[in-house]
Design a protein around this ligand. Structure first.
Ligand SMILES: *Cc1c(COP(=O)(O)O)cnc(C)c1O
Length: 463
């Protein structure tokens, strides 16, 4: 077969040694419901619609690149988590995945709680009306000012991350004449099956206090002595983008062991445990995430079993999904620019964004999928790498994917499952203006975070 039969790129098998796809999908026009939000479909002209709105009209009105967030899907996911865990457990949405006032209001309306990990995330949550008692404050280096703000506001829990912080929070609470409800974050020594940089429960890392060597037990000992703190539970977060429940099982078992030790030593049964977040989502068709009700059932069974073995009454459970709620609800819409076929390698498709709106591919080797969304095409698949417009050769949005060989500048392509850790990690590299987040629901679209302007950027530059 001659190469010239495929002017836009070689056969995939010649070059594809890494990445998800070993073969092009059977139908490039189909939209896998695993990776797209619930209201996404193609209309009769073959154009992708979300919430009933066509992407070409959305692009015209809001520009590209832009994140389109399916509010209907977001709310449904909140309800699925809340229903799955029921009255005897608490679901905290991890705000760092993506936080804005509108999101806070949706969470509040759907009955979820909220994790924050900076004073500014806290301010956003309070400003949008989240009751302070439904907020948990995290972080490995909370400043005194942040702690004071959280205690003053009356946050429901502060998750203590170090010996120094136990004392710091107790002093500040006492100074303010308050008793702060707190959890201690422990590292349970589990290496979740995920990328090294996002696995957080092994001990050689900055978060938490190790169970190993009795350090967590010592932290509990100290916290129980301090008047400014009411220790209500133990927290463990083992990583992110995890599909395998085995890590949670080990984590829950070790946390329950600590609860039993605390009871034996102090005669106190801590009433709560928080098993963190980290539940995986489908970025490509090859990922098979679990449903919230399966996760709730599995975690509930593990905790009940371990507690009855230890003679403890079952504690109240919290979970903290971030990505699993917001990740699948949004896609990033880009306009195709330069297309560069590299003979014998692959075709580079440049878009009008890149690592400034999605750093995860460069940071974690994250995998994404991509589709042509402004039209369908019957052209044959070509192997592409979708890259941004930044001055880095690592500026890759989608490492390996297939798009139709008749792709042309001006086409719209979309990368699904970009709701989590994309806008929240966006940067101004090359003075890129961070894209807007547009919420779509029932045939209407509204900006919830507006596009940055040149003026916004220049206003910060006061030299
Ligand atoms: C990041 C984080 C989460 C959320 O992780 P996801 O992978 O988005 O579910 C939950 N809890 C803590 C403490 C975290 O740091």
């Amino acid at each position: 077969m001659s190469r010239s039969a495929h002017p836009a790129g070689p056969r995939h098998a010649d070059v594809l040694t890494e990445g998800h796809y070993s073969a092009p999908p059977a139908d490039l026009n189909s939209l896998d419901p695993k990776v797209w939000s619930s209201t996404v479909t193609r209309d009769k002209d073959g154009e992708l619609t979300v919430g009933g709105l066509e992407v070409s009209r959305l692009a015209e009105e809001f520009g590209t690149p832009a994140y389109f967030l399916d509010e209907t899907d977001f709310r449904a996911r909140c309800r699925a988590w809340a229903d799955a865990f029921g009255r005897d457990a608490d679901v905290f949405y991890a705000g760092k995945a993506f936080l804005s006032r509108a999101v806070v209001r949706w969470l509040h309306e759907e009955g979820l709680n909220l994790d924050v990990c900076s004073g500014t995330e806290l301010a956003t949550a309070l400003d949008a009306g989240m009751p302070a008692e439904r907020i948990a404050f995290h972080g490995n280096n909370k400043s005194e000012a942040e702690i004071r703000r959280a205690v003053e506001a009356g946050v429901g829990r502060i998750v203590l991350d170090s010996f120094q912080e136990i004392v710091r929070v107790a002093h500040i609470a006492q100074e303010l004449g308050k008793v702060q409800k707190a959890f201690i974050r422990v590292t349970v020594g589990v290496e979740a099956h995920t990328h090294e940089f996002i696995a957080t429960a092994h001990e050689d890392q900055k978060f938490g206090i190790a169970l190993a060597g009795g350090q967590a037990a010592e932290a509990v000992r100290r916290a129980l002595k301090l008047d400014g703190i009411e220790l209500v539970g133990i927290h463990s977060h083992i990583g992110s983008q995890i599909f395998d429940m085995a890590g949670f099982e080990v984590s829950a078992r070790r946390v329950v062991q600590l609860l039993a030790e605390v009871r034996d030593e102090h005669g106190v049964e801590l009433p709560e445990i928080d098993l963190g977040g980290g539940l995986g989502i489908a970025y490509t068709s090859e990922d098979d995430p679990r449903e919230p009700h399966e996760i709730a059932k599995a975690l509930g069974e593990i905790v009940t079993r371990e507690c009855s073995a230890a003679g403890l009454s079952a504690p109240r459970i919290s979970v903290e999904p971030g990505r699993a709620i917001v990740g699948p609800t949004a896609f990033t819409l880009y306009e195709v620019g330069t297309i560069k076929p590299l003979e014998g390698l692959r075709t580079y498709v440049s878009v009008d964004g890149g690592m400034s709106d999605n750093i995860r591919t460069a940071l974690y080797d994250a995998e994404y999928s991509v589709s042509l969304v402004s039209r369908t095409s019957d052209a044959e698949p070509m192997l592409v790498r979708v890259v941004g417009k930044h001055c880095e050769s690592g500026d890759i949005v989608v490492r390996d994917a297939f798009l139709p060989a008749d792709l042309a500048p001006g086409d719209l392509i979309a990368v699904p499952a970009t709701g989590a850790y994309c806008r929240s990690m966006a940067s101004n590299y090359n003075h890129a203006l961070r894209p807007p987040v547009v919420a779509v629901r029932d045939g209407s679209a509204r900006v919830i975070v507006r596009r940055e302007t040149e003026e916004d950027l220049l206003r910060l530059d006061v030299g």
